[in-house]
Design a protein around this ligand. Structure first.
Ligand SMILES: C[S@@+](CC[C@H](N)C(=O)[O-])C[C@H]1O[C@@H](n2cnc3c(N)ncnc32)[C@H](O)[C@@H]1O
Length: 225
């Protein structure tokens, strides 16, 4: 693949949030497509491609070599941010992992709290947003995109101030709901909640209404957007 022509909308959405001011650290890099794209296109001068597993890290190394970027992208075997130096890191990307794992990695990464975080949860995005608001982070910006399914990408900053939130906000985040992809993503979240609510209703659970009402709130948010 050509790194100049990265076509994956999910990774391109992550790239669009990178400031490019300094070193970009890609946690859970796997193939290292994102850091290769960022450096090759001059979005950042240097990057760190990190992964907890040796085999994806080997694939990352191979792709970095193939792109001729060994002198600009360091590879690090690391659980989250544990084995990485924070010196000069301005942007941390954590993409393609579950929301709870992302929260766990962030919680252990205090040395990086002055950086911008670009987060792309594959599951439980509501748990990640809740954790962020309860742990002094703000979601500065969020954008949905669609590849085969809908994804969301958040730009997150540590402020040290916790934020109040509603249950519906945990499912909407900072999405404005004004684009087709935002609407599609929120609509999928509503569908998920409605399915859960209806399943609970059938089994006589008292929690059913809570989920059905949340789904309605999300539908109303899209209509207003
Ligand atoms: C599905 S891939 C995502 C690859 C790439 N970030 C993307 O979004 O296309 C997830 C990667 O995260 C790595 N990973 C899982 N847990 C991790 C952790 N605690 N620290 C670093 N990497 C981790 C896995 O080894 C795997 O390569």
């Amino acid at each position: 693949m050509s790194f100049k022509e990265l076509t994956d909308k999910r990774l391109l959405a992550c790239a669009s949030f990178v400031s490019g001011g300094g070193i970009v650290c890609d946690v859970g890099t796997d193939h290292a497509y994102l850091p290769c794209y960022l450096v090759k296109n001059g979005v950042c001068k240097r990057a760190v491609a990190a992964d907890v597993n040796p085999s994806p890290l080997a694939a990352a190394k191979e792709n970095i070599q193939r792109a001729g970027l060994e002198d600009k992208i360091d590879t690090v075997l690391s659980d989250g941010l544990d084995g990485i130096s924070p010196n000069g890191v301005t942007d941390v990307v954590i993409a393609g992992m579950g929301g709870e794992l992302i929260a766990d990695i962030l919680g252990r990464g205090k040395a990086f709290f002055s950086a911008r975080f670009i987060l792309q949860p594959m599951s439980k995005p509501e748990r990640l947003r809740q954790w962020l608001w309860e742990n002094g982070f703000e979601i500065a910006c969020e954008r949905a995109c669609k590849e085969e399914i809908y994804y969301t990408v958040m730009l997150v900053k540590y402020t040290g101030e916790n934020s109040a939130y509603t249950a519906a906000q945990c499912y909407i985040g900072a999405l404005k709901g004004d684009s087709g992809d935002d609407k599609g993503y929120i609509s999928k979240q509503a569908e998920r909640l409605r399915k859960k609510g209806e399943g609970m209703k059938k089994s006589g659970s008292a929690q059913a209404q809570k989920y059905l009402q949340l789904a309605e709130k999300l539908d109303r948010y899209i209509k207003q957007g």
